[in-house]
Write a protein that binds this ligand. Structure first.
Ligand code: SF4
Length: 73
């Protein structure tokens, strides 16, 4: 599964990094990104990763964290 933060929808609340600190960080503007692929949406996360990322995914108040079965282009 592939994940990407749509930074246009991110309100820099920091919740995802709080919930899943191994996967999310906030840039100098406070906008979140995926650490593993620098938010390119090209890293294929395994089942174990997905369980942890899903906590942030469901917690995000704006739905800015996107997921797909294919890499983001
Ligand atoms: S939880 Fe959502 S809105 Fe908050 S920083 Fe993360 S991606 Fe942005």
């Amino acid at each position: 599964m592939f994940f990407k933060v749509n930074q246009e929808e991110c309100i820099a609340c920091g919740l995802c990094a709080l919930k899943a600190e191994q996967y999310f960080e906030n840039n100098h503007e406070g906008l979140a990104y995926l650490i593993q692929d620098n938010n390119s949406g090209t890293h294929d996360f395994n089942q174990n990763d997905m369980i942890k990322i899903k906590v942030a995914y469901t917690a995000c108040p704006t739905g800015a964290i996107k997921r797909k079965t294919q890499p983001f282009s």
